[in-house]
Design a protein around this ligand. Sequence first.
Ligand SMILES: *[C@@H]1O[C@H](CO)[C@@H](O)[C@H](O)[C@H]1NC(C)=O
Ligand SMILES: *[C@@H]1O[C@H](CO)[C@@H](O)[C@H](O)[C@H]1NC(C)=O
Ligand SMILES: *[C@@H]1O[C@H](CO)[C@@H](O)[C@H](O)[C@H]1NC(C)=O
Ligand SMILES: *[C@@H]1O[C@H](CO)[C@@H](O)[C@H](O)[C@H]1NC(C)=O
Ligand SMILES: *[C@@H]1O[C@H](CO)[C@@H](O)[C@H](O)[C@H]1NC(C)=O
Ligand SMILES: *[C@@H]1O[C@H](CO)[C@@H](O)[C@H](O)[C@H]1NC(C)=O
Length: 443
Amino acid sequence: MFPSSLFIILLCLIKISEGFNFKDHFSTKRLYPIVTNKATPIKVPETCELVQLHLVSRHGARYPSPGDNERFDTLDKLFANISLAKEWRNPFNKFEAGLLTSRGERELYLLGQRARKRYFKFWKNITYNTNVVQLQSSTISRSGQSGIAYSLGLFEGYGTLGKMKLQPVYIFSVPKKKDVELLMHHACPIWVNISKNNPETKRQLETFLRTHLSLNVKRINDLLGINPPLKAIHLDYIYRACTFEVTVFDRSDTWCSLLKKDDFLKLEFYHDLLYYHYYSYGTLFNTKLACQYYTNMIKSVENFLDGKSQLKSILKFGHAETILFLITMIGLFQDTQPLKSDKYFLQVNSQKFRTSKIAPFGSNIYFEIYNCTNRYDLEPNYSTTLIQVLVNEKPYVIPGCYKYCPWNKFKAILGDAINCDFKNMCKSNNFNNTNNIEKILLQ
Ligand SMILES: *[C@@H]1O[C@H](CO)[C@@H](O)[C@H](O)[C@H]1NC(C)=O
Ligand SMILES: *[C@@H]1O[C@H](CO)[C@@H](O)[C@H](O)[C@H]1NC(C)=O
Ligand SMILES: *[C@@H]1O[C@H](CO)[C@@H](O)[C@H](O)[C@H]1NC(C)=O
Ligand SMILES: *[C@@H]1O[C@H](CO)[C@@H](O)[C@H](O)[C@H]1NC(C)=O
Ligand SMILES: *[C@@H]1O[C@H](CO)[C@@H](O)[C@H](O)[C@H]1NC(C)=O
Ligand SMILES: *[C@@H]1O[C@H](CO)[C@@H](O)[C@H](O)[C@H]1NC(C)=O
């Protein structure tokens, strides 16, 4: 008996270690997991027809931001005398900071190709013009390029230009500080004070570093004899360097080789904690930031159904923050207990709010609008319109609704959050203190 049970235990251990891929734990620096141009056509609910399609997508993989570039320069200095890391000089230059990489171009091109296949019947009936298909991106180049890449994938073979039958498209942007739909945090001056500079946010992050990462960094200090020793925050720098070595160069034998499974899980949680407080449920104010997007989306659906517009598809290209504010307003991926630094061990296995899953490079949200002859939902609020939400091309149930959510119910769920006065909500003189704002919003 003994040897065979040992064998089973061994087998289980192998299974567990096979199941862990550190590249799936890169938080918002994870590459988009679907890498094919294939997609299965959608199944439409009975008596319904897909009549309008909305997309909000993050840009594809990019080079490190200027801030990360500085962190990597710091790592160079800290490891200057460590022979193992001699060859690991910061390989990124500041002129490429934040730009879309070729992998990122491809992520969005493939997303566009899959959209053609998944919604084949829908697109078949559409000839591109700006009254029928609207594209918008943030003013940041990686998002604009992502929109172009998506449109190339979507329309290739259906336009008129050249051998590939390309379709030139128009993409518009609004200035950063006025971009209430895609860069809502930049368009909302008070967001910095309420969410980003929130003392509770800072406390959570610092506590997590101190209580959960100090042993992990000590292991590396001891292993390599680093003196003066690295601080816990430097483990985060190593993690960031690792993610970009993989996403840009497909290289994991440098910084990544210093990190173990436990490090990846904790650093992933640290980033989840950060995004949770900056852009999601961690601060109540964040649940309102997508109100202008949803208000306009609802208007464009109703205008279309009322015959006041011809717009069949609205495609927008933004950022991880955009995706997070959008899922937060409709209550997706919300844990029953708030994410907290001291709850790490309790939460890490069951956590719904995982940025690696929700907001990797090229992450996206589709809203499918169906027009039906059946009546859905209860009288007297019945709908003949349904909405389904997809996050990263998988359907999700909006909390409080069904997979295909009746339009009136969807609007009732959003309630007062739509038709907000965004400008007024974001005015600095509304800000007395964080508690005050939180109280106002709770009412
Ligand atoms: C590396 O070694 C040089 C020469 O011994 C010394 O000047 C420098 O301070 C060391 N740097 C670090 C980070 O230890
Ligand atoms: C396709 O377009 C035609 C003409 O524009 C319209 O009558 C028809 O309802 C459309 N069908 C679909 C599936 O959208
Ligand atoms: C909000 O934060 C900014 C940047 O930290 C600061 O300059 C500004 O005074 C703050 N506004 C209020 C109302 O506290
Ligand atoms: C929605 O369906 C109804 C019939 O059920 C039809 O009269 C109407 O034209 C459709 N609207 C759109 C926008 O396809
Ligand atoms: C029914 O619709 C009204 C008006 O749109 C709304 O106020 C109410 O909350 C809805 N009721 C339900 C149960 O959805
Ligand atoms: C902020 O404080 C002032 C003075 O206490 C008060 O008049 C004002 O109503 C407060 N603003 C909000 C939004 O609570």
